[in-house]
Structures are given as structure tokens and as C-alpha cells.
Design a protein around this ligand. Structure first.
Ligand SMILES: NC(=O)C1=CN([C@@H]2O[C@H](COP(=O)(O)OP(=O)(O)OC[C@H]3O[C@@H](n4cnc5c(N)ncnc54)[C@H](OP(=O)(O)O)[C@@H]3O)[C@@H](O)[C@H]2O)C=CC1
Ligand SMILES: O=C(O)CCC(=O)C(=O)O
Length: 432
């Protein structure tokens, strides 16, 4: 750390995250522009696709439990609605900033198009540390945020869902607060509790989608999940489900980290035991089923498959050269900077990009919304079966774009998503 190190860089360095990550919006827009070039998009259409539909910034002031007032900034960026209502999660994290929310909203537009579900893209967030707030403070914050944005979201306009730091309970509060203004509206959010119309299988969906996408990629190389060694960064909703399902499928998870620490066991970590430990101790730290390792070295551990399932920008020009995995499955959103992409491509590392790899979550959110609108509940087997069909098709369509546009998997997915959104935009008549 030097005198010039910003507070954000300092926090990241202490957690072992290289500080030289690119600005999230610059990185995402760079990938978009490369895809637009490969597709030969009209320059005016290109420009219009990049500009968000609407950016909302609200001040959320709540009384804390101790009677003092606290103020937080909330964002919702609605990026594009050419293919349907805008869709995307709401993140509670101290690093939430407008550029990152913008980038994540844009990624949602391409992701829903890659998954071929009838949505556009959006994302929201509140700059706060959810772990430092009590349950009642979190509820008050969520309700105030909903009061500020309720007339800009809706079943056919913008449908939020959970992301980092939020969960089914957060969605239940949004649903309740929104319903005070608009009448009972379960379809206004997805990822809500099953008792309130949530879908069976949504909680596991992103992790399960990661499993299906990984299976599809490995199968191309004559491999299966069984026998592969996995390293996972993040042990929240996505990371923990991915770890469980990979283990059930015969894969060996040899190292995992969360914000409290990292653990390694070359014989394979007992995930059920780690889940119990993590729930009882609020994190991985202190787990005795392996050796505690430095979280800084987790991403460069020797393994077959690396799954970042936490923050953005963690794989960048500082550490890309040290990565030893043969495959990277992007369960997190934008974990890899474009500069790292170039380094990893030269090393022959294959990257399954976020907008394909983690699209299982939004896909089952779509199933949830459909069930709410139909007033009919699917069984979990049907949800998982349909999810597999959607993930496999998205992988196949991406590979087809790779072949026709002579590009890697990231550009295959970007060209697929951008092309579908561009087609819908032109069909709707974008130039009056
Ligand atoms: N939830 C969903 O359906 C979807 C999520 N995603 C993406 O997946 C990623 C994870 O989201 P989700 O699982 O929902 O979030 P959660 O909040 O449930 O979990 C995040 C996990 O990341 C850990 N983490 C935070 N910072 C670090 C760090 N510096 N090093 C290691 N681990 C860290 C957290 O640790 P701790 O708990 O100790 O703070 C926690 O284990 C995000 O990028 C999100 O955008 C993508 C698609 C859908
Ligand atoms: O389930 C959803 O609607 C969105 C999930 C999400 O935020 C994401 O895919 O990044």
C-alpha cells in the first residue's frame, strides 16, 4: 500500500484482489464493441445499443437500530427492453458504484438474449455492507429503496431478482412494499421464497446452470465432471451450489474461498461439512477439513477448472499469467478483464463467459415469472429439465457463432446476444 492507494484499492489488496482491474463499464463496452465489429453492425445502431434506456439513482435514508440516521445510495440501471421487460438482480455490497451497475445491466441484456428468453437487461444495487446491518435495518433499507423505484419497475417493465448480498427474503420485502402501491404482484420480482410464489429450483439455478455449461464444454474435449479438479472463489449462493452439484457429479473441489479465508484439500473438500461450518461460523475461516491457504493464491492454484463465483475484475493483467487452470467457468459477472482474456488466450486457457455460464439463474427466474403469470407451479424436476435444455441450447448457439465468426467463446456469446438484440431493435423500428 502506498500514499496514493485509494480506499477501494486498499480494501481489495487486503483481500488479495489485484487492484489494477479495468473499470467494469470500460471492460464490458470494449467486449460489446468488438462483437459489434465482428457482426458489422451499423455504427448508429451500435451507439444506440450501448446507451442505457434509464439510469436511476436514489438516496435511501433509514433510522438505524440505535436511533441514528444512515444514508445509502441505491441504483437501478435499465439498459435495454427491445426483447421484453428488463431483468436483473439487485446487489448489496460496499463496492457498488454507478459504472459497475451500468456494466452489469448491459451484461444482462446480452445474457437474456444468449439464453433466448424474452427479456431485456437491468441491474440494481445499494452501496452498503449487508453484513454490518441488522435484519430490521436491511428490511427498512429495502423498503425505502422500493418506495423510491416502485413506479419504474413492474411485471412487464423491469423485474428485479437477487444478486450478491441479497436473497429470497430481500425479494419478499420488495414484493410486499411494491404490492402496497400496485396490489398483490408476485411476478414483480423473481428469486422470492417458494411460499410467496418463488420457483422450485431457483435457489440452486445459477450453480446448476454452471454445472450444465461446464459439462457441455468438457464434453467437447472428451471429458466429464468426474475426475476433474475444481477451484472455486466465493461460497455464497452461486459458489456453494456449484460446489455441491459438482461434487455430486463426481468432480473434486480442491480449494474454495470466501471473504473470511480460503481452504485447500487435494483429496477433495467435504462440501456438506463446509456448508455446516460456514453457516455456524459465518464463513469458511477455521474449517478443519483442509489446510487454510492465502486467498491471494487461490486463483493461481494448480487445478483443471477454475470457477470465480464472487466479485468482478478478479482475473486481470496482474495475475492472468499465473493461472494454471485449463478452463475458467465464469460463474461471477465480469470476473475477467479483457487484458487478462488476451493473456489467457495465448496460454491456451478456455474461458466460458459469464453471459453464458451463469445464465441459469435468470433462466429459472424466467420460469418463475411464467409460473406466476400462469398461476401454475412446476415441479422441480421440470424446472431442472427445462434449465438443462436452455443451457445446452445456449452453449450450442454460442459455438455456432464461434464457428461462423471465427472467434473465442466470449465473442461467440457476445455476438450471439448482441445480434439477437440488434435484430429485435431493427424489427421494432428504431429509426423513426
Ligand atoms: N445469485 C444469482 O442468481 C446470480 C449471481 N451471479 C453472480 O455470481 C456472483 C456471486 O453471487 P452470489 O453467490 O449470488 O452472491 P452471495 O452474496 O450469495 O455470495 C458471494 C460470495 O462471494 C464471497 N466473496 C466476497 N468477496 C470475496 C473475495 N474478495 N474473495 C472471495 N470470496 C469473496 C462472499 O463471501 P462472504 O459471504 O464471506 O461475504 C460469498 O461467499 C456475483 O458476481 C453475481 O453477480 C450471476 C448470476 C446469477
Ligand atoms: O435472476 C435474475 O433475474 C437475474 C440474475 C442476475 O442478476 C444475473 O444473472 O446476473
Amino acid at each position: 500500500l502506498t500514499a496514493n492507494t485509494s480506499p477501494l484499492q486498499a480494501r481489495r489488496l487486503r483481500r488479495g484482489i489485484p487492484s489494477s482491474r479495468m473499470n467494469a463499464l470500460a471492460a464490458t463496452s470494449r467486449n460489446f464493441k468488438q462483437a459489434a465489429k465482428l457482426l458489422g453492425l451499423d455504427s448508429k445502431l451500435e451507439k444506440s445499443l450501448l446507451i442505457p434506456f434509464r439510469e436511476i439513482k436514489v438516496e435511501c435514508t433509514i433510522p438505524k437500530d440505535d436511533g441514528t440516521l444512515a444514508s445509502y445510495v441505491g441504483f437501478r440501471v435499465q439498459h435495454d427492453n427491445a426483447r421484453g421487460p428488463m431483468k436483473g438482480g439487485i446487489r448489496y455490497h460496499h463496492e457498488v458504484d454507478p459504472d459497475e451497475v451500468n456494466a452489469l445491466a448491459q451484461l444482462m441484456t446480452w445474457k437474456t438474449a444468449v439464453a433466448n428468453i424474452p427479456y431485456g437487461g437491468a441491474k440494481g444495487g445499494i452501496g452498503c455492507s449487508p453484513g454490518d446491518l441488522s435484519i430490521s435495518e436491511l428490511e427498512r433499507l429495502t423498503r425505502v429503496f422500493t418506495q423510491k423505484i416502485h413506479d419504474l419497475i413492474g411485471i412487464h417493465t423491469d423485474v428485479p431478482a437477487p444478486d450478491m448480498g441479497t436473497n429470497a427474503q430481500t425479494m419478499a420485502w420488495i414484493l410486499d412494499e411494491y404490492s402496497k402501491f400496485h396490489g398483490y404482484s408476485p411476478a414483480v420480482v423473481t428469486g422470492k421464497p417458494v411460499d410467496l410464489g418463488g420457483s422450485l429450483g431457483r435457489d440452486a439455478a445459477t450453480g446448476r446452470g454452471v454445472l450444465f455449461a461446464t459439462e457441455a464444454l468438457l464434453a467437447e474435449h472428451g471429458k466429464g465432471i468426474a475426475g476433474q479438479r475444481f477451484v472455486i472463489q466465493g461460497f455464497g449462493n452461486v459458489g456453494s451450489w456449484a460446489a455441491q452439484l459438482i461434487t455430486e457429479a463426481g468432480g473434486k473441489v480442491i480449494a474454495i474461498s470466501d471473504v473470511t479465508g480460503a481452504v485447500k484439500n487435494s483429496n477433495g473438500i467435504d462440501i456438506a461439512k463446509l456448508m455446516k461450518h460456514s453457516a455456524e461460523n459465518r464463513g469458511i475461516k477455521g474449517f478443519d477439513g483442509g489446510d487454510a491457504v492465502d486467498p491471494t493464491s487461490l486463483l493461481t492454484e494448480e487445478c483443471d477448472v477454475l470457477i470465480p463465483a464472487a466479485l468482478g475484475g478478479v482475473i486481470n493483467k496482474d495475475n492472468a499469467d499465473g493461472i494454471k487452470a485449463k478452463y475458467i467457468i465464469e460463474a461471477a459477472n465480469h470476473p475477467t478483464d479483457p487484458e487478462a482474456d488476451e493473456i489467457l488466450a495465448k496460454k491456451g486457457v478456455l474461458i466460458l463467459p459469464d453471459i453464458l455460464a451463469n445464465s441459469g439463474g435468470v433462466t429459472v427466474s424466467y420460469f418463475e415469472w411464467v409460473q406466476n403469470i400462469q398461476g401454475f407451479m412446476w415441479d422441480e424436476e421440470k424446472v431442472n429439465r427445462e434449465l438443462k435444455t436452455y443451457m445446452t441450447r445456449a452453449f450450442r448457439d454460442t459455438k455456432e457463432m464461434c464457428r461462423s465468426h471465427h472467434c473465442d467463446l466470449r465473442m461467440g456469446a457476445f455476438t450471439l446476444g448482441v445480434n439477437r438484440v440488434a435484430r429485435a431493435t431493427v424489427l421494432r423500428g428504431w429509426e423513426a
